[in-house]
Design a binder for this molecule. Structure first.
Ligand SMILES: Cc1cc2nc3c(=O)[nH]c(=O)nc-3n(C[C@H](O)[C@H](O)[C@H](O)COP(=O)(O)OP(=O)(O)OC[C@H]3O[C@@H](n4cnc5c(N)ncnc54)[C@H](O)[C@@H]3O)c2cc1C
Length: 440
């Protein structure tokens, strides 16, 4: 595999995009993947007037379903939440796609005028390919024996094991760990969350804001241990024993590893370069970037892609909104020959965890400065500014939906907006009145 550093996967300025754009729209497209991003690619191609052949090659045996309910409604929704509304109907019936479920792609070959996707049941060759193979849950060797939660099948296993009175240890207080901890505790499961970082969600929002979320755990009846990792999970007299780095142990009936996800790209082999975290670096049109520039025939959308944003730099996949919106831009590019400027949406993630609604727009940097708005013991919003400036890089709203809506509009401009920190800290001032357009 040709790996590239995550910081600078490829220089998009050197992508020579216009040199490599195909002269005309492709007549056939193969979409690899069976989730939100793949389904939205099919629907978007038709919306943009594509009348050619669309073939879908998907590993799972299920039609596309939604993943956020797998954690939020883990115990209350035994059936997958099928993605029919979001995709405008069934991919075959509504969009005339040739859909092959249970048929994982095993390789990709590129020639000057075609892309071939290999599968055990035969090859699919098309003028262009859109790769949407998403991500898979990370399971380090130290956590072998733990469950993970990424698919409907994973959810079924976890649901079956989480009986009232069972002891659940969740490793990782990130988005998914927090959501599962909350719903399990509400169903009388005895939950402990172990987090290696200093605070919950610190990987996404940093320790300063993460500390503000700490009281949510006790309030929801969840024990939280931060600052210690897990050394091993081994079988115990009853269930499992979780050995902590700090020397402590925890007994568990169920252990859930919620320590992140990684793009699913190993099937591609050496044909396309990958970043250090296995993602495919893409430009604003979602064309896969490599040393020779942007691939005109191979695009990647959803969790598998790390996109170059004019405003936010490199934006990794991993969140629902990118899988929802990115395919529209990719399809538009394929159909129009990548004419004009692609959309550049702000990264967005939502979560329902431990009784709170979270919405975050933008991407905070590790050294960005935090401005708090509202009472952190209740509804509040955190804003991040680039170090030494008043340029707003991200907004996390907790139980403040009006701030989520304002953040969406503010971070839609071409440049990062400028914030009046004192006004923004006052929750009586509307967020849009505290943040102005970028000054030159
Ligand atoms: C439990 C859970 C809760 C989440 N909650 C939230 C949330 O609250 N908010 C939020 O913003 N995001 C959330 N997410 C993330 C969000 O669901 C993802 O960003 C989104 O599903 C990405 O869609 P995707 O189509 O790119 O990838 P996936 O949904 O991962 O779909 C990829 C598909 O490709 C298939 N595939 C893999 N390899 C191959 C192959 N070789 N050949 C063919 N097919 C292949 C897979 O089987 C899968 O069907 C959550 C994710 C999980 C797992």
């Amino acid at each position: 595999m040709r790996a590239m550093p995550d910081d600078s996967p490829v220089d998009p300025a050197g992508s020579r995009a216009s040199d490599v754009a195909p002269p005309s729209a492709p007549g056939s497209v193969v979409v690899v993947g069976g989730g939100l991003a793949a389904g939205r690619t099919v629907a978007a191609l038709r919306t943009h007037g594509f009348e050619g052949t669309i073939t879908v090659v998907a590993a799972e045996h299920h039609a596309p379903y939604d993943r956020p309910p797998l954690s939020k409604e883990l115990l209350s929704r035994p059936e997958p939440a099928w993605l029919l509304d979001e995709l405008g109907g069934d991919l075959a019936e509504a969009h005339g796609a040739d859909v092959h479920l249970g048929r994982p792609a095993t390789g990709l070959t590129l020639t000057d005028d075609a892309v071939t996707i290999r599968t055990a049941a035969g090859d699919v060759t098309a003028d262009a390919a859109v790769l949407a193979t998403g991500a898979h849950a990370v399971l380090p060797a130290s956590l072998r024996g733990a469950l993970t939660l990424h698919t409907a099948d994973d959810a079924a296993v976890l649901r079956e094991r989480l009986r009232p009175g069972a002891r659940l240890v969740v490793v990782g207080a990130g988005w998914i760990g927090a959501e599962v901890a909350g719903v399990a505790s509400a169903a009388d499961v005895e939950v402990t969350v172990v987090e290696a970082g200093a605070a919950p969600l610190s990987g996404a929002v940093g320790a300063q804001v993460g500390h503000l979320l700490r009281p949510w755990y006790a309030a929801a009846g969840v024990a939280l241990r931060t600052g210690t990792g897990v050394r091993a999970v081994r079988p115990g007299p009853t269930g499992a024993v979780v050995e902590l780095d700090d020397g402590g142990t925890l007994g568990a009936d169920v252990v859930l590893a919620a320590v992140g996800a990684r793009p699913t790209t190993s099937w591609i082999g050496d044909t396309l370069p990958r970043t250090a975290s296995d993602a495919l670096a893409v430009d604003g049109w979602y064309r896969v970037l490599g040393p020779d520039g942007a691939q005109p025939r191979v695009l990647a959308v959803g969790d598998v892609a790390t996109r170059r944003s004019v405003r936010h730099g490199w934006v990794p996949g991993g969140h629902w909104d990118a899988a929802l919106r990115g395919p529209d831009t990719a399809a538009q590019g394929l159909v129009t020959g990548f004419a004009g400027e692609p959309a550049d949406p702000a990264p967005y993630v939502f979560s329902t965890q431990l009784g709170h609604e979270l919405g975050m727009y933008g991407q905070p940097g590790p050294t960005d400065e935090v401005v708090l708005r509202g009472d952190p013991r209740g509804a509040f919003t955190a804003l991040w500014c680039a170090p030494g400036t008043d340029r707003l890089t991200a907004v996390l709203a907790v139980d403040r939906p009006a701030d989520v809506a304002a953040a969406r509009r503010l971070l839609a401009a071409r440049e990062l907006p400028v914030v009046d920190r004192a006004a923004a800290a006052d929750p009586r001032v509307r967020l849009r009145d505290a943040v102005g357009p970028a000054s030159s």
